[in-house]
Write a protein that binds this ligand. Structure first.
Ligand code: NAG
Ligand code: NAG
Length: 781
């Protein structure tokens, strides 16, 4: 029946495997997701019967044997997932009661790099001391993690000191391979897994246990407990999540693939989100890709998120790792919070000093700093350039292999044994790996390695890597300085000062207060939204580069991706939920967005990996500021009705019904406001022809009596007038409306190359700063 959905799913999976094995049919069945029309007062049983009825009408009475309903979503969404041939899908889509049918898709976790064990270190969670106290460390807030599962034995998931499981919790702890009920505790209060929608699950735990590491990492970032942690040479610290006393509910939907990535089926994700909603999570954190340009009525993850929002649950999604290309943001619906990734003000690296003797006198020293995550004692040894240590210096191929340390057999051991070798890195592709270079040097007898980027190779290639010998990795400009230093030049003919040059590689350490920070991660997906440029996406930025968090087998490791940024925001949202239990998803979202910081720690606009100012298409409202988010002063409130009206400005009655479940909503409205009038915490006008007026309203959640004044930073070529420019409140929770008039003053030529210009407006009462980015599109689209 409806409540035994998982069992139905497993049974069907068996059937599918059996039929697939015996099938000679050349057109394999494909998995589809079907959305059904709901009737007022319909029970779960009735919904299930109606779903079976359309399947049987499509395929005849024996649909149960021939085709398989993998999932029935009756609790929240009213739909199902079934294996169909394409003619069957066509037939089904015309059936009475069927709203839409979309093919299943396989998505990816949004992490960029493979996992590397690196020992244990402090997690650079935002410094939120006072906020943590106020929020009781997120006590009792339940975060649903839709991911690759969890490694429950990690100390980050200890339940020491936690009270009983919140009584409102209705979830469960599903057992499976190497996972029993004893693996759930007062920290991991629930765990389920979903595999019916994915074709192959191999070398995996068929249970909530995490094989891949991604889910353990994101879970410990969002809600990991305090875990005392240290690693020699690096900062001793405490590993912790954003909300260390929050409860974690695990929904495993992504399964490791042979290439180390994890694949996640839409059909499984929708089942998990529906369970999370009915189990009683307060928030969800989903570090999985989605769609960049699918209409909202096609995007079943966005639809599931809509139903979560209706029940007061904010869904936090990763924006994706398809940047810096524009129009690559995933999860563009306005009711979800979409997260971009940045660096942190922390650099994991080591200093290196180069010295030389000229004649009998010591020359000037050159001091440089590079990236590393090694922790060896100080090493001093003669420095040799790999380009001078080729085994066949006259053969160009061999010389290149030596110069770039890409083949250990091309390095002359007699020239490098016991020495520190300088290797060039040619490109920013994953194939030109710093770790492979240090390995090649080690194999050929070298004692240490300095990797230097070739001119023009992007700085983001500098990663903290746990090399097997002392090693640092330098930016292109520093590599150039090193090479110039060690060569003696006479009338532009340079020779290497062999034998005279020494290098010292100091132990790796954590450099704090690193500047500039944050910098937008090069991979972080960029707006404008491919669905509608009247909503700015991404919404917010958080650290997502070289994040250390728990990993499988009790280890800790680095991860990079918008995957790693998202649980930071989920953890902060959990703290806000603990302080303000009644706040809606839109209120939490607004607080996080309007308090964000658009500037870096040098008080410049946040930059991108090319050292250029990043636009709101990369950063959203800016870097999250957890302390300010807890006390935002004003909030932009919005609820299901506001979002439905917004959808009416884009779509037909039926398309809106697919998302909201409500029929004839748009045609029953007297007035449909333009999309730009959705009460969003940022303002984006995708196409400004001459002038337009946008309406917003703010609700006072600060001091009862307060006066806010507005300050505008107008986008280039646009005149911005906000009326009234002062908002006076005499009560808590009072709402005030204002209008933003935008008028073009320059021709299209004056706009930025992408056709968009950027500005902001900020309401302030002297204490709070409630800031919204303004994006204006000039170009016709
Ligand atoms: C998932 O990642 C693979 C590469 O591993 C890529 O080929 C595929 O297109 C990705 N899928 C999505 C939906 O992004
Ligand atoms: C790397 O960063 C330095 C500043 O630290 C800058 O001068 C240099 O141009 C950057 N290299 C590249 C290829 O962007």
């Amino acid at each position: 029946m409806a409540h035994s959905r998982v069992e139905v799913g497993l049974l069907c999976l068996l059937l599918v495997l059996l039929t697939a094995a015996s099938e000679s049919d050349s057109t394999p069945d494909q998995l589809y997701l079907v959305k059904m029309r709901s009737h007022p007062g319909q029970t779960e049983e009735e919904a299930l019967l109606a779903q079976r009825a359309v399947l049987s009408a499509t395929m005849g009475g024996d649909w149960k044997l021939n085709n398989c309903m993998i999932y029935s979503y009756t609790k929240v969404l009213n739909g199902f997932a079934a294996k169909l041939t394409s003619p069957e899908a066509d037939k089904l889509s015309g059936m009475d009661g069927v709203l839409t049918i979309v093919p299943n898709a396989i998505l990816n976790t949004t992490t960029t790099n493979s996992w590397k064990f690196l020992g244990v270190e402090s997690l650079a969670a935002p410094n939120t001391g006072a906020l943590w106290k106020k929020a009781k460390y997120g006590d009792d807030v339940i975060i649903g993690m839709i991911d690759t599962g969890i490694w429950p034995e990690s100390v980050s998931f200890s339940d020491a000191g936690l009270g009983p499981v919140p009584s409102r919790w209705k979830g469960t702890c599903v057992e499976g391979q190497d996972f029993t009920k004893a693996n759930c505790n007062r920290k991991i209060i629930g765990a389920r897994y979903y595999a019916a929608g994915i074709s192959s699950v191999q070398n995996e735990y068929l249970s909530p246990r995490d094989f891949n590491g991604h889910g353990t990492h994101t879970s410990s970032t969002a809600g990991g407990a305090f875990a005392s942690a240290s690693l020699s040479g690096y900062a001793t610290g405490t590993a912790k999540g954003g909300a260390p006393r929050a409860r974690i509910a695990v929904y495993k939907v992504c399964w490791s693939q042979p290439n180390g990535r994890a694949s996640c089926s839409l059909a499984d994700m929708v089942a998990a989100m529906e369970d999370a909603i009915t189990d009683g999570v307060d928030l969800m954190s989903i570090s999985i890709s989605g769609f960049t340009d699918a209409p909202f009525y096609f995007d079943v993850l966005g639809i599931s998120s809509f139903h979560a929002m209706k029940r007061g649950i904010l869904v936090n999604f990763a924006a994706g790792n398809e940047g810096p290309t524009i129009k690559t943001t995933n999860h563009n619906e306005p009711w979800s919070l979409t997260v971009a990734a940045t660096s942190q003000d922390r650099f994991l690296g080591a200093d290196v000093v180069i010295s030389q003797t000229i004649g009998s006198k010591p020359g000037l020293k050159l001091k440089l700093r590079g990236a590393t995550f090694t922790h060896y004692p100080t090493l001093t040894a003669p420095l040799v350039l790999a380009s001078e240590a080729s085994i066949h210096p006259d053969d160009s191929k061999s010389l290149i292999a030596a110069t770039f340390c890409s083949d250990s057999s091309m390095l002359d051991s007699s020239k490098i044994t016991g020495k520190i070798v300088f290797c060039l890195l040619a490109s920013d592709s994953a194939l030109d790996s710093p770790l492979a270079k240090s390995e090649n040097v080690r194999l050929a007898g070298g004692a240490g390695v300095i990797i230097g980027n070739n001119k023009g190779v992007a700085n983001y290639t500098l990663r903290p890597i746990n090399h097997n010998i002392p090693a640092v990795h330098l930016e292109d400009v520093d590599a150039d300085r090193l090479v110039n230093y060690v060569k003696e030049c006479d009338l532009s003919i340079c020779v290497f000062r062999d034998g005279n040059v020494q290098a010292t590689i100091f132990p790796g350490q954590t450099f704090l207060k690193y500047k500039p920070a944050p910098v937008v991660a090069w991979f972080s997906s960029n707006g404008p939204s491919g669905v509608t440029s009247d909503i700015l996406k991404p919404d917010i930025a958080a650290p997502g580069l070289d994040i250390l968090a728990a990993y499988t087998n009790g280890q800790y490791g680095f991860g990079s991706g918008t995957s790693m940024a998202t649980p930071h925001i989920a953890g902060i949202a959990a703290l806000l939920k603990a302080i303000h239990p009644k706040w809606s998803p839109a209120a939490i979202k607004s607080a996080i967005m309007t308090s964000a910081n658009p500037l870096d720690n040098e008080k410049h606009r946040i930059t991108n990996y090319l050292n250029r100012p990043a636009s709101p298409f990369a950063t959203g409202s800016g870097l999250v500021n957890p302390v300010a988010a807890a006390d935002p002063g004003l909030i932009y409130e919005a609820g299901p009705r506001d979002y439905s009206l917004f959808l009416c400005s884009l779509y037909s009655d039926k398309e809106v019904e697919i998302i909201t479940g409500e029929s004839f909503f748009c045609s029953s409205q007297k007035h449909i406001p333009p999309a730009t009038d959705l009460n969003y915490p940022s303002v984006s006008v995708g196409k400004l022809v001459k002038s337009t007026t946008v309406t917003r309203k703010v609700t006072n959640v600060g001091k009862a009596t307060s006066v806010y004044k507005v300050k505008v930073e107008a986008p280039k070529g646009v005149k911005v007038t906000i009326t009234p420019s002062t908002l006076s409140f005499d009560k808590y929770h009072k709402t005030k409306t204002f209008k933003i008039h935008l008028k073009r003053t320059h021709s299209v030529d004056a706009a930025s190359p992408e056709g968009y210009v950027f500005g902001s407006f900020t309401w302030s009462d002297g204490k709070h700063k409630v800031r919204s980015p303004i994006v204006v599109g000039h170009a016709p689209q």
